[in-house]
Write a protein that binds this ligand. Structure first.
Ligand code: BYC
Length: 311
């Protein structure tokens, strides 16, 4: 045991990857299952707010682009469930935890998408925040998670651009379109900042996550990085950040901001956000309705295996 632990610690120390066949402390495995499964659930539940606008996209082009983006998110969920499976947990088990309200997914997906500009705001702000986090996670210590992040980040940068393109059109459009763009920023700015999780001082998991190099940068560090990158983009659009205290501190070169509403954050992650019930109900329903597809896929795979082994 001590020998195994020393080998594990040496890999972490040398910035090498832990692979599924390597010995790992049970707590490391559990920590990863928690984070990776929450990440997978976020990708899949995150398809819903955008799916809400698929049939109302304003042009064939915007519909095609949105459809491709939503499919990518489903694909990200599949990569991440596969990563979790390498840690000896089944996808079914993780989905059951989600359906029973025992697993979290990103708070931001519990807000409604009320106008077309919200689709721009999600691609730009929500995927934009996710990229900042996921670029850092490319260097996470668990090999399959790290490699999954490299692939996901490439796709997320397309998502961020499609969102910003919508915002440019809306912000340069009619008065009504500009108002919709500003309204979307007003509603998604703080939820996007909360995606990074509680302050470092209140973050239960950051200590172990940094020790094991699962997380490479802290919640507050990444949140600030996102703010500093995004405020100039808001200004370029001719829109405003819905925070009167958001201003550049010339000394630090970073933007200051108002305190975040952590009561709202905790309400949302504990199931009391505006759309929590709808999101889970929809997932449960679709999972049940599509049971036959999973059964058919498994039956087909088994049949192919039997045929191949008899050749
Ligand atoms: N929402 O100790 P902490 C996407 C929970 S999807 C909900 O700091 P940790 C996209 C946290 O789980 C990409 N819960 O935790 C898809 C913990 O609760 P438990 C989403 C949150 O893990 C479709 C407790 O609060 N990205 O881009 O060290 C369409 C204490 O927090 C949240 C990821 O999932 C939250 N925002 O750090 C468009 C990134 N924040 O488990 C776009 C992967 C915290 O003790 N995840 N909690 O019950 C991570 O990097 C980390 O898990 C977090 C939290 C930074 C989120």
């Amino acid at each position: 045991m001590e020998k195994h632990e020393a080998a594990f610690n040496a890999l972490i120390e040398q910035d090498l990857k832990i692979e599924p066949h390597d010995w790992m402390p049970d707590e490391y495995r559990k920590h990863l299952i928690r984070q990776v499964s929450q990440h997978a659930h976020s990708e899949v539940i995150g398809m819903q707010p955008e799916g809400n606008w698929l049939l109302r996209a304003p042009s064939l082009r915007s519909k095609q682009v949105l459809l491709a983006k939503i499919q990518d998110e489903g694909g990200h969920g599949l990569y991440l469930y596969s990563v979790a499976e390498t840690l000896n947990v089944s996808r079914e088990e993780l989905i059951t935890q989600l359906h029973e309200g025992k697993a979290r997914y990103s708070s931001v997906f519990n807000y409604p998408t009320l106008n077309w500009a919200d689709i721009g705001a999600i691609g730009w702000l929500v995927d934009g925040a996710a990229i900042v986090n996921q670029v850092s996670l490319q260097r996470t210590s668990y090999g399959p998670y790290s490699r999954g992040m490299v692939r996901i980040c490439m796709e997320e940068s397309f998502h961020q651009r499609q969102g910003y393109e919508i915002m440019i059109h809306m912000a340069r459009g009619t008065k009504e379109q500009r108002e919709m763009a500003q309204d979307a920023v007003n509603r998604f700015w703080f939820p996007a900042l909360m995606m990074f999780g509680p302050h470092d001082t209140d973050s239960a998991h950051t200590g172990n996550a940094m020790k094991w190099k699962i997380k490479r940068e802290s919640n507050d560090y990444l949140r600030q990085k996102f703010i500093d990158k995004t405020v100039p983009q808001v200004e370029f659009l001719g829109l405003t950040v819905p925070d009167p205290n958001c201003r550049l501190n010339e000394t630090t070169g970073s933007y200051e901001h108002s305190p975040l509403d952590w009561n709202e954050f905790h309400d949302v992650i504990n199931g009391y956000g505006p759309c929590n019930t709808d999101r889970l109900d929809h997932h449960r329903l679709v999972h049940q309705e599509n049971k036959w597809v999973r059964e058919a896929a498994v039956a087909y795979a088994q049949k192919t295996e039997t045929v191949n082994s008899s050749i």
